[in-house]
Design a protein around this ligand. Structure first.
Ligand code: GLV
Ligand code: MN
Ligand code: MN
Length: 415
């Protein structure tokens, strides 16, 4: 790299993050930006404008994955990629994903200001729908880029109002075939994602940077329970087929299966529980659960999944309710590339930043990019480990450290 101190415009970057957070379906400072919503579309326009202003060549694929390329002196070489997502779950904050997108852009601008000319192109990627809010499956954009989701599966995706990916992406103005989203082999030379930790460890240990070695394997099972409704007063307890009481058993069975592995990395959550008809004086006849199970060890994660399925059989038979399950996804963990990790380590040392190696228990688009390119992630702290909440916070200093180390690493890798 030409100079040893990248000239970060931290105030500008923080102002951009703040401006992006104002583009929300909720009342600021609450950020809700569900993919293909009006807010998502406006946020895309804002970020693409910033990329164009930085002289990057912007293109989009058929589902809105966005690529902003800084051309290298050997443009025929596969680029080094960086980026993350700008969609946000309901009631979120402003750093998850956006730090990796606008921080990645800032890293490029810093290198431009230093007069650095990359040999390989450097390409910022803004992934469509990292969050599972709309379609129930996480990392939709990167999953399709890695060709993990077939076109048939993608076409079958529906949101809670029954609207499909095809309808929503065309309405949002994205053209081309879904098949064309899959990346050609060798499309990226390497990929690095900057992200907030979403856990407390870096802050607790007063560290600037986390070098992510593994990304945990996520799985999701949807469960539908069909019981028998009726009058809450007039129906006696014996012989009831209460779908919510059955769901309660399953929720506790899942918790106990996750705890029983004894491994700190096994986690399981029931984040959605829809009860029908949802009236206080009516026995629930139908319940829909969405579960989220993760582990850094894929086989151990699958044991928990199996235990949950066994509990479904058992509870269904014992309570006389019908329980059906649908596996939404069960992805393997990702291992980050030792060469990129070494480059990140050199950058952290040269930048005087403290760091440690760690695992990511949250998933990220890098989980899928790892299937098509060597990847690594760098984390920065976030206050109290809080994320997916409006009070999510990363200090300008933490963000600056992340961008600084990212910029140096991109320069090392792009040559
Ligand atoms: C990503 O948002 C996750 O849930 O890990
Ligand atoms: Mn998230
Ligand atoms: Mn994220």
């Amino acid at each position: 790299m030409a100079a040893s101190r990248p000239n970060l415009s931290l105030d500008g970057l923080i102002a951009e993050l703040q401006a992006l957070s104002q583009i929300t379906e909720a009342e600021p400072p609450v950020v809700t930006r569900v993919v293909f919503s009006e807010a998502d579309r406006r946020a895309r326009t804002y970020v693409k404008g910033l990329c164009a202003a930085a002289g990057l060549t912007v293109s989009e694929d058929a589902i809105g994955n966005t690529f902003a390329r800084w051309h290298g002196s050997e443009p025929e070489l596969a680029p080094v990629g960086t980026g993350s997502h700008i969609d946000a779950i309901p009631n979120a904050g402003l750093y998850d994903g956006c730090v990796g997108v606008l921080g990645g852009l800032e890293a490029i601008r810093v290198l431009q200001q230093l007069g650095y000319k990359p040999r390989r192109s450097i390409e910022l990627v803004i992934f469509t729908a990292e969050e599972p809010t709309r379609f129930g499956i996480g990392c939709l954009g990167s999953r399709m880029m890695a060709n993990v989701l077939t076109t048939e599966q993608a076409l079958a995706l529906r949101d809670k109002d029954g609207r499909g990916l095809e309808e929503l992406r065309t309405q949002a103005g994205f053209k081309g075939t879904l098949e064309s989203v899959a990346l050609a082999p060798g499309r990226f030379e390497q990929f690095i994602e900057l992200h907030i930790e979403q856990g407390p460890l870096l802050e607790q240990e007063s560290l600037d940077i986390g070098l992510v070695t593994h990304i945990a394997a996520p799985a999701s099972l949807r469960i539908a329970i069909e019981g028998e409704g009726g009058h809450a007063g007039a129906t006696l307890m014996s012989g009831r087929k209460d779908a919510l009481a059955a769901a309660a058993e399953l929720i506790l069975a899942l918790e106990s299966a996750a705890k029983s592995t004894g491994a700190i990395d096994t986690v399981a959550t029931v984040g959605v529980c829809e009860v029908f008809p949802g009236a206080v004086n009516s026995i629930p006849s139908r319940v829909r659960l969405e579960t989220d199970i993760r582990d850094t060890d894929g086989a151990r994660r699958d044991q928990v999944l199996d235990a949950l399925r066994a509990a479904c059989n058992n509870v269904g038979t014992r309570r006389g309710v019908t329980i059906t399950t649908e596996l939404v996804n069960a992805d393997p963990p990702a291992i980050c590339d030792p060469k990129i990790l070494a480059a990140l380590e050199v950058s952290a040392i040269e930048s005087d930043k403290s760091y440690k190696r760690m695992v990511s228990r949250a998933y990220h688009d890098s989980l899928f990019m790892a299937r098509v390119a060597p990847v690594a992630m760098l984390f920065i702290p976030c206050r109290g480990g809080v994320s997916h909440r409006p009070d999510e916070y990363a200090s300008p200093e933490w963000i600056g450290s992340g961008v600084h180390v990212l910029a140096r690493t991109l320069a090392q890798l792009a040559g």
